[in-house]
Design a protein around this ligand. Structure first.
Ligand code: MN
Length: 498
């Protein structure tokens, strides 16, 4: 990339930012860009490009995710200490403590490496990463943007490094993106890693799927035409989208015994999505779809709006016969649900914006309450965003100390549970499964036996040894549990046993 191209990419970055932050501090950004250029002067990436292209691309990705200015600045500076000639002092002096901390965070995460492929080590790695994240979620978004660009340029690295980095991406970063609910990035990271890890399988899926993609596209084009007319007759505003299924997730599906490499059984080879404004419209849309295309009787429709998936995913999925008799999956959701499924933790920014422009308060409330606790802090952020846009206070708030009053603990399998501060093993048990509290034999935290009222800390590994026999819940548990789930569950059972 020439000097000119770099400058023009930088202008484009400013352009993207100005679309969602009015009157942003362009001087501060300019200074960050010039410090980054100086710090990386003369350095080249394996691709042959000047190093600055990398931080510039990372910053651009962060701007596309509509992150705040300091995160974008940290994106420009994220390698200046580690790989360039800048110092922490310089960053603090020129950009403030917050930017320096974001850069520190990214460096920390970078040093957490996949040490082995053994499950225990993998969980430990993921655990450390989530702890860094819990301090400031923006660090993880930064790291994901960094990884995304590194994966896009992986072709230029030596072979062994390609394999190692691809493995690390698929084993750590992509599950991390998934747990944060950022489906879009997870899919991208998977597909960027796949060809390096299993080149033959990658080719097999790519070649094998080509004709089914084409066929599905024809059907979908037809369905889309019919539906758009019907929706407009009914006066329901919709947007219809189709996206190719990611190859890696397609590959995983093909291996299921129920599919066994039969492409005919992949009904969502192109995810066909109908986006509407409200939950009510989702059901109207479902009626219109079923009224015009016969639903496939063997697989019932799934309503993840009435019953969201544990990760908060909401959508209605139904399968219908297309015009040529092939089965096509149709997904119906509101735009908010879509944003949340695609961008998860990162969505609240975009979400808050949509809210201030045209989303009705009642819709937002509805959307938030359905997914419950997990989204509460997102709601909190939306609230902050509204009250404190561009002020220093907001940035303080966004440091995701929404996690502050929450702790993250781990099951022996590495599942992460988010609990209120002060939570005990009883709270944990109710969060894992409502039946579990009746079978607690003993509790181990980080390998040591603890009493039931033990206060859990961030990052604890909690293991419940099950008893063989059913035991009633105890009234005195109410004195120390802190979660709504536990309190509610205990009371309910006490009423029954009276
Ligand atoms: Mn980097």
């Amino acid at each position: 990339m020439s000097e000119n191209e770099i400058e023009s990419q930088y202008r484009e970055l400013k352009n993207i930012i100005s679309n969602y932050i009015t009157n942003f501090d362009a001087q501060k950004l300019d200074l960050a860009f010039s410090v980054a250029k100086r710090a990386h002067k003369g350095q080249k990436r394996f691709t042959g490009h000047s190093f600055i292209v990398h931080p510039l691309t990372v910053a651009t990705t962060l701007a596309e995710w509509k992150l705040d200015l300091n995160t974008i600045i940290a994106g420009l500076l994220h390698d200046t200490i580690e790989d360039g000639d800048a110092t922490r002092e310089e960053l603090v002096e020129k950009f403030g403590e917050e930017v320096a901390q974001l850069v520190d965070g990214v460096t920390k995460v970078t040093h957490i490496r996949l040490v082995g492929s053994k499950e225990a080590q993998f969980i430990e790695t993921l655990r450390k990463m989530i702890l860094v994240m819990a301090n400031d979620l923006r660090v993880v978004l930064l790291k994901l943007a960094d990884r995304l660009h590194n994966m896009k340029t992986l072709y230029a690295l030596p072979k062994e490094k390609q394999y190692k980095n691809a493995l690390e991406t698929i084993e750590i970063y992509s599950p991390l993106a998934e747990r944060l609910g950022i489906g879009k990035i997870k899919g991208e990271l998977d597909d960027l890693s796949f060809p390096y890890l299993q080149p033959k399988e990658y080719e097999r899926v790519k070649k094998g799927s080509a004709r089914y993609y084409k066929r599905s596209l024809t059907e979908i084009t037809h369905i889309k035409k019919v539906l758009l007319r019907k929706f407009s007759d009914e006066g329901v505003p919709v947007e219809v989208r189709g996206r190719r299924k990611h190859l890696y997730s397609l590959w995983k599906k093909l291996q299921r015994s129920s599919v066994d490499w039969d492409f005919e059984k992949i009904y969502d080879i192109i995810a066909f999505r109908i986006l509407v404004d409200s939950v009510k419209d989702c059901y109207i849309a479902l009626g219109i779809v079923h009224g015009n295309f016969k639903p496939f009787p063997k697989i019932p429709m799934s309503d993840f709006i009435a019953q969201p998936k544990p990760n908060g995913y909401r959508s209605i999925h139904t399968k219908v016969f297309g015009p040529h008799g092939h089965i096509i999956e149709v997904q119906i959701r509101t735009r908010e649900m879509h944003e949340q499924a695609e961008f998860g933790a990162a969505a609240h920014w975009a979400y808050a914006e949509a809210k201030s422009s045209n989303t009705k308060e009642s819709e937002l409330e509805k959307g938030v309450s359905i997914t419950g606790d997990k989204i509460k802090w997102v709601k909190q952020l939306v609230q902050w965003q509204k009250e404190l846009t561009d002020s220093k206070e907001f940035l303080e708030a966004v440091k995701l100390d929404a996690f502050h009053s929450r702790i993250l603990v781990f099951s022996p399998k590495g599942d992460v549970f988010d609990l209120p501060d002060g939570a005990t093993p009883i709270d944990y048990a109710f969060t894992v499964h409502t039946g579990l509290p009746n079978f607690i034999g003993s509790v181990m935290v980080n390998g040591k036996i603890v009493p039931l009222d033990h206060k859990l800390s961030n990052g604890d590994l909690v293991e419940i040894k099950k008893s063989k026999s059913f035991r009633n819940v105890k009234k005195d548990w109410l004195e120390f549990v802190v979660s709504t789930a536990a309190r509610h569950g205990i009371r309910k059972q006490l009423r029954k046993t009276k």
